[in-house]
Write a protein that binds this ligand. Sequence first.
Ligand SMILES: CC(=O)N[C@H]1[C@@H](OP(=O)(O)O)O[C@H](CO)[C@@H](O)[C@@H]1O
Ligand SMILES: [Mg+2]
Length: 537
Amino acid sequence: MDDKILAASAKHPIVPNHAYKYGTAGFRMKADLLDGVAFRVGLLSGLRSRRLNGQAIGVMITASHNPAVDNGVKIVDPMGEMLEQDWEAHATKLVNCASDQELLDTYKSLAAQLKVDLSTPGRVICGRDTRPSGHGLAAALADACEAIDIEYTDYKRVTTPQLHYLVRCINTEGTPKSYGEVSKAGYNKKMSDALVRALGGRKIEGQLTVDCANGVGGPELSELLKVIPKDVINVKVVNDDVLRPEVLNLDAGADYVKTRQRAPPKPTPVPGNRICSLDGDADRLIYYWIDPDTGFFMLDGDRISSLNASFIGGLVREAGLEDELRIGVVQTAYANGASTAYIEKHLKLPVVFTPTGVKHLHHAACQFDIGVYFEANGHGTVVFSQEAIRLFTEKEPQSPAQKEALETLAAISDLINQTVGDAISDMLMVEVILAHKGWTLKDWANTYNDLPNRLVRVEVGDKDLFETTDAERRLSAPKGAQEEIDSFVKKYTNARSFARASGTENACRVYAEAATRSEADELAKHVADVIKKFGSP
Ligand SMILES: CC(=O)N[C@H]1[C@@H](OP(=O)(O)O)O[C@H](CO)[C@@H](O)[C@@H]1O
Ligand SMILES: [Mg+2]
């Protein structure tokens, strides 16, 4: 075995003098740095699978909304969740080994430390977005699995959430918790059936335009639309050119819309039309329309979250389950304060805050029977406990209305991808809710008014100087910085501001919100200056 690992590793050298770190998005960087990383991630995934008695582990090759020259490698745990936190450090350690021999020694010492029996069978599956560099990285992963005798399956082109789905399906196949058929066709069938059931005969009004960021969502959504019965939904797929890598995420997609706060220039948006954007690997979703009178209006992750919470909360009441099931919403500090107030005061549901990064939100959402979580950028989903799902199907309805509510709940628990945020599944869910409520995007937007806000990126000498507490809402270091932020926040009406080091970029982010646009902008500028001052050593 040792010789095989050494020989295979020699074919996939790591680029030296580079500090690799498994972060929020796995390993993500310029694709030409990643061949050795993918190989080593293959070794680690094999170890993880063996440690978990041979359950399949997933590896997704994508750099999401980044430009086409970037790529990334991310590990998916058996139930479709993000890799367990302790193992992020093991991944970082393995990937940073300077030589093939050091890699082999570290691999073996990790196996011993983690009590992994290297003779147990193990399984790794892989998928990738449309980036051309994905092929080579999948080959590196395959070579690693071959060298350590791990069964390997390449699912080729998939959205990130489809890969999470496949991992969970494999590991639950043939059990009472079976999550679905292990194939993209199985995913499409589950979505299509659940969509029809969730609508319960209602009509989705008008046409929905979907901007796919020229990423993997385009072809995958088109495949799904082929199996949805005619007349159920009218979707126009745009920005779905996956043959020219240079246009991936270029002036299109959910990240563009959220950060620029405007519609992509192409195709020219038709005023009044319902439009949404996915990101490059189809795990983020943002809705918007161009109002003929007032212009662009965006419905982001906070809006999608409150829409889901409102709808599901109502169904749970109609089903007579409000005393049995605890519903909660999970947000990060980036959630607009008006959305939090709406959920707590109007929907009367608890809101929990976690640090940025979906793994934190997902974990907190699982503490509820029904946990709704979305980051403001449009990444999120709803998770249902086994008990909730049991009640939806086994509770004896006392009236036709209760029966319908229970059936709708059962259908949406199939429609929503419970493994991870899934733009396509979330989009179908939004369409179902609007159909049930008989709402336009404008009705949805009228639920509350966002507080004006500003997000700025601040380059600093050393971002690691900044440490946070209270779900990243306050700085605990450097000393004195939080006090200065507080003194500015006090000067504005309904204001809130915080700063933190980005987990994905070499910079800090400053967020500010206040009663008016000019106050929010001014506050963000002051806090950014504080961060610049404290960030230069
Ligand atoms: C303000 C913001 O949008 N931050 C994003 C961004 O994280 P940072 O740690 O802020 O760089 O990328 C993460 C991964 O995609 C995503 O989870 C998160 O929401
Ligand atoms: Mg993404």
